[in-house]
Design a protein around this ligand. Structure first.
Ligand code: PEP
Ligand code: MG
Length: 411
């Protein structure tokens, strides 16, 4: 991920890696940066310097394509650009279902550089700013001042649109050499995200102070990753209150009503969602991790990637439960995991009652179009059928058939 985030977008058309999975942060970042990428592809040095087609749709790498293949892909690319141009008609429109049910549609970003594309794609705000990429780009911990400038710039560009800053989510597949994290056998189960922050209060406090100061310039919300229990949220609230008191004493302005949200991305948080909903100001469902932890399938391991699916009935039941618990406590609930941008997931999320979808910027308009194609009644009927199914493959097959038919009928 640190190499991806440092890529000069103006010089990279696409990239291919030998290892990894499409749920790794390298792949997610590539999507955020709108760079076509293939992960877990066989290639060798003999391909160096040759022309190649990177087909992100089918997942194939075609080295030295013949004239016919090249023409076929050029036509496909033109068609894709045409489709995108058509989606521009949806700019300025509200996001709502065919039956008029309104939805908040946000985008995910990894740096302030991505904010421009969020606005260009007409997202209502930012549902996830992966703040760790500020740390990944650096040779050492970014100072409070450096972070303040980044968050403030993002807040100012967003004007009064929501800007949800997720606090440092380091560890797992994101290692930062200067942090001196020890090698762990199970990094995704280890010293990661909120665990690191609560272990390094100095680093965490610096970040919170920078975010709070920036909150005077826009509509910022704070979001905590990898929460597994109530104590973690309470500890953060105490730290946050201390930072606020310090800012008060120096008369430094900040948003005193800033919202503190929790990512629900572990089975523990899902089981405790009824209680966490009383502690958090909002929820955001992180399906990338929720899927990995619920099915016990490493999101970065290509050997078990066949098991990884947010359509697994256990994940769907979790998502339903989380949304229900949020509703019961009247807090907003969104989804910022990749599943939010999956057209087949949309009817389920609508029927469960999700308030906010946060997707990659390039998928915002497509998601608006997809949401507009469902009535709540149709979404509920599809969801009833799906929730009655047990094998994961049956769910995926049913949904892709249903959506293909729906699209071919132009509904
Ligand atoms: C998630 O886990 O779904 C998520 C949005 O966070 P990340 O992919 O950065 O772990
Ligand atoms: Mg996560």
């Amino acid at each position: 991920p640190s190499e991806t985030v440092q890529m000069d977008k103006s010089r990279v058309l696409a990239f291919v890696t030998r290892k990894g999975s499409s749920n790794s942060h390298t792949a997610i970042l590539a999507r955020t940066m709108n760079i076509p990428a293939l992960i877990n592809i066989e290639y060798d040095d003999s391909m160096d310097g040759k022309m190649a087609i990177v087909d992100g749709k089918s997942g194939s790498l075609i080295v030295e394509p013949d004239a016919d293949t090249l023409k076929k892909y050029q036509d496909q690319k033109d068609e894709e650009l045409h489709q995108r141009a058509m989606l521009k008609e949806l700019k300025g429109k509200t996001t709502e279902t065919k039956s008029g049910h309104k939805i908040h549609l946000y985008a995910n970003i990894g740096s302030t550089g991505d904010v421009a594309s969020v606005l260009a794609n007409d997202a209502e705000g930012i549902g996830l700013f992966r703040s760790e990429f500020i740390y990944l780009e650096k040779e050492n911990y970014p100072t409070e001042e450096e972070q303040f400038e980044v968050y403030k710039r993002a807040a100012v560009i967003c004007k009064n649109k929501v800007l949800t800053i997720r606090t440092l989510d380091i560890g797992g597949d994101k290692d930062i050499p200067y942090m001196g994290l020890t090698k762990e056998s199970n990094p995704f189960l280890g010293y990661r995200a909120i665990r690191f922050c609560l272990g390094r209060i100095d680093v965490f406090t610096t970040q919170l102070r920078a975010i709070l100061r920036a909150s005077a310039y826009g509509n910022i919300r704070i979001m905590l990753p990898l929460i597994t229990g109530v104590s973690e949220v309470r500890s953060v609230r105490t730290i946050l209150q201390n930072v606020m008191r310090e800012l008060d004493s120096k008369e430094i302005p900040y948003d005193k009503d800033i919202l503190l949200g929790v990512m629900i991305e572990t089975p523990a948080a899902c089981m405790l969602a009824d209680i966490l909903a009383k502690e958090a100001d909002f929820f955001s469902i992180g399906t990338n991790d929720l899927t990995q932890y619920t099915i016990a399938v490493d999101r970065g391991n290509e050997n078990v990637a066949y098991l990884y699916s947010a359509f697994h009935p256990a994940v769907l039941r979790s998502v339903k439960r989380i949304i229900e618990c949020a509703k019961r406590e009247n807090i907003e609930v969104g989804m910022c995991g990749e599943a939010a941008g999956n057209p087949a997931m949309i009817p389920l999320l609508l029927a469960f009652g999700l308030d906010e979808f946060s997707v990659t910027a390039s998928k915002v308009l497509e998601t608006r179009k997809n949401i507009a194609s469902w009535t709540m009644k149709e979404a509920a009927a599809v969801t009833d059928t799906v929730m009655g199914m047990s094998p994961e493959k049956e769910v995926s097959a049913y949904l892709s058939d249903y959506i293909a038919t729906k699209m071919s009928n132009g509904k």
